[in-house]
Design a protein around this ligand. Structure first.
Ligand code: CA
Length: 225
């Protein structure tokens, strides 16, 4: 198992590198976000450990950036930030698990094993959503129709995931703004319509039965039959 460790405190980095190597991982270590990004691009890893307080950037920004670059491996956030807000933010923005410092090595190893198990095909059932021939892989953040991969942006994936979770039910523009964009935008904006238009161009492309229906003046519904 290849592991990328992103930690700027050299004492913790050294300790983890030794312990994880002993536990059977092939460890590559980075002390800042830029090095981590380079290592992540140069080779693939099965799992990542990311500290949030890095010298050149926030760990969350690093994770988001790596996800944009197509990283699908699970990420364990290891941080001294203990507040519920920090943990929720970390998990919502690309982290798969969150462990606070100080930590017990045994717990870290157990969580890594869990993440790797969850990311395996065998344990993947709960991480998939299916509506008719549309399938979403929530861990890899990939969508497909009839087995053909759809080329979605991260934002389009989030939007499609929301529609899937509400398949057969009408979702209004304001529900989508609230759930997908967190109401950070003016409600009179046409951002929802624009994204639905682009999403439909990919999900309901030629040859597929249309799944996304518009209910004029109300919102949208993803057909489930
Ligand atoms: Ca740090």
């Amino acid at each position: 198992m290849r592991l990328l460790l992103v930690e700027d405190e050299l004492e913790i980095q050294g300790f983890l590198q030794r312990s994880l190597t002993e536990a059977g991982y092939q460890v590559e270590a980075a002390g800042d976000g830029r090095t981590a990004e380079r290592l992540a691009i140069e080779s693939s890893h099965d799992v990542l450990i990311v500290d949030l307080g890095l010298p050149d950037q926030d760990g969350i920004s690093l994770i988001l950036r790596l996800r944009q670059l197509g990283l699908t491996a699970p990420v364990l956030i290891l941080s001294a930030r203990r507040s519920v807000d920090d943990r929720v933010r970390g998990l919502e923005q690309g982290g798969d698990d969150y462990l606070t410092k100080p930590f017990a090595l045994a717990e870290l190893l157990a969580r890594l094993r869990n993440l790797l198990k969850r990311n395996n095909a065998s344990g993947a059932e709960a991480t998939r959503l299916r509506v008719l021939d549309l399938e979403l892989d929530l861990l890899r953040r990939e969508a497909s129709r009839s087995g053909t991969r759809l080329n979605l942006t991260p934002q389009e994936f989030v939007l499609l995931e929301y529609l899937c979770r509400n398949a057969g039910r009408v979702v209004t523009r304001s529900m989508i703004l609230d759930q997908v964009w967190g109401m950070r935008i003016q409600p009179d904006t046409n951002v929802v319509d624009v994204h639905i238009y682009r999403l439909r161009g990919k999900v309901d492309a030629d040859g597929y039965g249309p799944l996304i229906r518009t209910l004029r003046g109300v919102g949208y519904v993803l057909r489930d039959r």
